[in-house]
Design a protein around this ligand. Structure first.
Ligand code: ZN
Ligand code: ZN
Length: 340
């Protein structure tokens, strides 16, 4: 089969490889759509602590079951399915404390940028679903990133009428946070980004105010829109230390900042101890997803509460994955669907 492999930072190869073979408990899926993701871009650009190249690449996909492993119940050949990219062990220190996203024995699955992908048994047991009716393969493939955003939304604890600022909010993660914030009853939702076309999408999805970060001072605008106080909740989705600093500067006393975007390894930001203490800031890091948030994400996609279609800027064949990542890197597109 044809597949894209990640060789080293800055280098992918589109090549002929052996199709995966499956064992008991596993599924083989014919990939019908795979999405490019900010994590793929980061990995391509600078490497990722969870990925050891050379390796299979891509992790957001939906497709058709092409082979069912021995002992697997509930799935049949030809069924349309979507799978998350990992599953927890359910018995380690973190799983026992209901932090399945931090599982010490988490099983990851890469290789969505290929004609076929094998789904390991722990994922088959916990994180594979039949695609709800009315959802296309590419829309369904948004399941994994949305499951992460659901976890972030829970951490944000948005209350009715809250003002929410989303920094780096014109990217796919920010646009999902926007939709979830509105569905959580937020009052104002302010989206900050550097690209006009992405802010346009945020506007069309219901942002009450979009802020172009080079044309306006985002901190000043957020304060002006919140009677000088700052936002009740700020969500950082850029994964850039300067944006983390900005996020801290625009939250009100007693407010919550969710650091959703992972920054390059080893980076640090200064912390204003006075603000942290006397202003009672709550700062939360959020990573990955749990089987429960995957389940919720499927429900939100299936019922149309979260709109996937505006986040998919176009379609490209498998051989153009690198080009698709470069388009994302330049901020020209939100997400691209790869159709193998
Ligand atoms: Zn992803
Ligand atoms: Zn575990």
């Amino acid at each position: 089969m044809k597949a894209v492999r990640y060789l080293e930072p800055g280098k992918l190869s589109y090549q002929e490889v052996d199709a995966p073979t499956i064992g008991p408990g596993e599924l083989l899926v014919r990939v019908r759509a795979a999405l490019t993701c900010g994590t793929d871009v980061k990995t391509f650009r600078r490497g990722h602590h969870l990925m050891k190249p050379p390796m299979a690449f891509g992790h957001e996909f939906a497709g058709e079951v092409s082979q069912v492993g021995e002992g697997v119940g509930g799935f049949a050949e030809g069924m349309s399915v979507v799978a998350a990219n990992s599953a927890p062990c359910n018995c380690c220190f973190y799983c026992e404390r209901d932090k399945r996203n931090l599982c010490e024995n988490i099983v990851f699955n890469w290789g969505a940028f290929a004609e076929y992908i094998k789904v390991p048994a722990p994922i088959v047991q916990q994180n594979v679903y039949q695609i709800p009716e009315g959802l296309s393969y590419e829309e369904a493939a948004l399941l994994e990133p949305l499951a992460c955003v659901v976890l972030g939304n829970q951490a944000a604890g948005i209350s009715l009428g809250d003002s929410v600022a989303i920094a780096g909010g014109g990217g796919p993660i920010g646009l999902m946070h926007l939709q979830l914030a509105m569905n959580s009853g937020a009052g104002q939702v302010m989206v900050i980004d550097l690209k006009e076309h992405r802010l346009e999408v945020a506007r069309s999805l219901g942002a009450t105010r979009v802020i172009h970060a080079t044309r306006e001072d985002p901190v000043a605008v957020v304060k002006e829109l919140t009677a000088g106080r700052g936002a009740d909740v700020v969500i950082e989705t850029a994964g850039v230390p300067d944006v983390w600093k900005m996020a801290l500067a625009m939250v009100r006393k007693g407010g919550t900042v969710v650091m959703f975007g992972g920054c390059p390894a080893g980076t640090q930001i200064p912390l204003d101890t006075g603000r942290m203490h006397y202003d009672e800031l709550t700062i939360k890091g959020v990573f990955h997803h749990t089987p429960r948030t995957v389940e919720k994400a499927l429900e939100l996609l299936g019922t149309g509460v979260i709109k996937a279609e505006p986040l998919i800027s176009g379609r490209l064949p498998l051989k153009d994955v690198q080009g698709a990542l470069e388009m994302m890197m330049r901020g020209e597109v939100i997400k691209m669907a790869i159709i193998p």
